[in-house]
Ligand binder design. Structure first.
Ligand SMILES: [Fe+2]
Length: 315
């Protein structure tokens, strides 16, 4: 599937399956397009990607790594953009904080949005700054109605400013607040509805938090507004005696693949991204792991096709 920032999607897909994906609507939060299966763009893979030009549906970049005026990161990004679809993912918006939004940060983000032509922008449902001091961590929120209102307002403001849909990602967590008034998935759903934004559903984060806080991860996946899910994250984690840590340094485990299968059954085929951020293996190994998602996406497509044929036969 070809794409360039200047011309948008080019319909020179080679196979029927690619054509089907190209024309298949997803939802408005990802531009009504299922982008396919992507991986995070990481420094150790730069040379491989630029020299071998592997076929990859899309890359996710960490926005903050490229919010600079010049230099090697931007040079690399521009070369990647010549050949690949890029989607921006942020780590410092802190939608749940109460500090005023930084206009300088938003301006930088918007400049990058124009450069990458990202169809949507993601960041996390968390807080991480107080009175201008940044923790550089994705901290869990109290799931209260006051927090819903504050978070939704901030997401709306960002969405209005950057001019592309925002999708908000659930984080993995290791602590909970006694004053929470609802479950995490109810909180995420309320924020998304009130902000009228999309959701980046990280099924590994759901699994990690479900083990740390003893809830059924299927309740989470079943309980969010599926028509708002614009992207899904999959990743590996580390299991310790008393808790699970979201380390992104392993392959995806079976229970997470099962959650993924359930998520796409409910959301439909959705842009999917494998996160691998520590002990990063070769590009081929990371890409191979990501492409395991194909099996589950194919099953959902076949099921949807069978349903459509059944409906047509009943007419
Ligand atoms: Fe994630």
């Amino acid at each position: 599937m070809g794409w360039s920032p200047a011309s948008g999607f080019q319909p020179f897909a080679k196979t029927a399956q690619e054509l089907q994906r190209f024309f298949m609507p997803a939802n408005r939060f990802n531009g009504f397009t299922d982008l396919g299966i992507g991986i995070g763009l990481r420094v150790p893979h730069y040379n491989h990607i630029l020299s071998k030009k592997p076929t990859v549906d899309w890359f996710e970049i960490i926005s903050e790594n490229y919010m600079v005026d010049a230099g090697r990161p931007l040079e690399i990004l521009d070369q990647i953009l010549e050949q690949y679809q890029v989607v921006q993912h942020g780590v410092s918006m802190y939608f749940g904080s109460t500090d005023p939004l930084s206009r300088e940060h938003l301006k930088g983000l918007k400049r990058l949005v124009r450069r990458t032509s990202t169809p949507f922008l993601s960041d996390h449902l968390c807080w991480g700054s107080v009175d201008g001091s940044y923790t550089h961590d994705l901290l869990p929120m109290p799931y209260t109605w006051a927090a819903v209102k504050n978070t939704a307002e901030r997401i709306r403001a960002v969405q209005d400013f950057v001019g592309v849909p925002v999708i908000v990602e659930n984080v993995s967590s290791y602590a909970e607040f006694h004053l929470s008034e609802m479950s995490e998935w109810e909180f995420l759903s309320e924020v998304a509805e009130q902000a009228d934004c999309g959701i980046l559903l990280d099924v590994n984060n759901i699994y990690v938090s479900s083990q740390n806080h003893s809830f059924d991860p299927l309740d989470y996946v079943n309980g969010v507004p599926h028509e708002r899910v614009g992207q899904i994250h999959i990743a590996g984690h580390s299991k310790y005696e008393r808790y699970i840590l979201d380390t992104h340094d392993h392959a995806v485990i079976d229970p997470v693949w099962k959650l993924y299968a359930r998520a796409i059954e409910l959301c439909g085929p959705t842009a999917t991204l494998l996160e691998w951020d520590a002990k990063i293996p070769s590009f081929d190994e990371v890409h191979r792991e990501a492409l395991k998602a194909k099996k589950y996406l194919q099953a959902v497509r076949e099921k949807a096709g069978a349903k459509r044929r059944e409906k047509l036969a009943l007419r």
